[in-house]
Design a protein around this ligand. Sequence first.
Ligand code: SF4
Length: 62
Amino acid sequence: MLNGLLKLIYDLNQSGIITIQRMCFTCTYYQLENGVHYCKLLKSKLADNELRIDCPEHELQL
Ligand code: SF4
């Protein structure tokens, strides 16, 4: 359910409805491979409950 909620937040952000800037899904360090979330900065897999919506290390994807 959390994953679905984060996806909804991401979609609303992409649509310009909300302006959350520092979530994993918009971060250059974020990677999704075979359904596994990964942070290239932390060099660590991220469980669904570890995905961030306001990360201080966030770097916006260009
Ligand atoms: S740096 Fe923060 S926002 Fe970016 S992928 Fe890692 S945990 Fe997510």
